[in-house]
Design a binder for this molecule. Structure first.
Ligand SMILES: [Zn+2]
Length: 247
């Protein structure tokens, strides 16, 4: 009896200690490979970094509950990813992606996005590429109310959107970008806004990171290496930790 009572008390304590819920979203998966490099796929890089990030948080932050939108190579619809976060009443949503440019174009470095209206064409292009995954969903035209991920006109709605979490999201984005440079030695390309559907559907502070360019050979080598993935995950972890400690 005493043992049961102790177990109940410990359970209640662990629940109350885990006051913060972090949702980690590994972009793409299953039939959606994401951006493709010469030898690697975005979906696998995202998942490796997501799992390593979750491991670091679980190991070092007993007060944080980690929820994943996927832990294996499966297809998850964008709305479902947001639903998971909303249902978990998450305090924070981190979506992990890998960037790419068209053949012949070279760029290097990490970017972190929050939801908003893009100011530059290249930021719109990133959102267009990431949002285009909805065309793999069966009824995307009705579900996303006619949103055409490839049409720049579809993105006008983001200009009039009020995001109450913008300030918090930008704070986290800046911390993560600083860590990508200092912890992993990557080029800090900065913090931007763009119309990412997955961020629009979530109701908590949220960011979307682009880990680097799978289309740039030396960056692809780094992104697909265990050392690179660990350093990138550690960067996001440290950025998250700084953000959370300041709350
Ligand atoms: Zn992606």
């Amino acid at each position: 009896m005493k043992k049961i009572a102790t177990a109940i008390i410990l359970f209640v304590m662990s629940v109350s200690v885990q006051a913060f819920t972090l949702v980690i979203d590994a972009g793409h998966g299953g039939r959606d490979g994401g951006a493709l490099g010469r030898k690697s796929k975005e979906k696998n890089i995202n998942l490796a970094v997501a799992l390593e990030l979750g491991r670091l948080v679980e190991q070092n932050c007993p007060d944080v509950k980690v929820v994943y939108t996927r832990k294996t190579d499966v297809f998850v619809e964008l709305t479902e990813r947001a639903d998971i976060a909303n249902k978990a009443k998450a305090d924070l949503f981190i979506s992990i992606h890998t960037n790419a440019l068209a053949k012949g174009r070279i760029s290097r470095g990490t970017e972190t996005y929050t939801l908003g209206m893009h100011k530059a064409a290249e930021n719109l292009a990133v959102a267009q590429r990431e949002n285009s995954v909805i065309t793999l969903e069966s009824d995307y035209k009705t579900r996303y109310e006619g949103f055409d991920p490839k049409s720049s006109e579809s993105y006008i709605i983001f200009e009039f959107m009020q995001d109450k979490n913008m300030e918090q999201s930008v704070k986290l984005a800046k911390e993560v970008q600083l860590q990508f440079a200092s912890t992993a030695g990557r080029i800090n390309k900065g913090v931007y806004q763009a119309g990412f559907l997955v961020l629009r559907e979530t109701v908590m502070p949220s960011i979307l990171v682009e880990l680097g360019y799978i289309s740039t050979p030396d960056e692809e080598n780094y992104l697909s290496s265990t050392a690179g993935q660990k350093a990138l995950a550690k960067s996001i972890y440290r950025g998250f930790k700084k953000y959370k400690d300041r709350l």
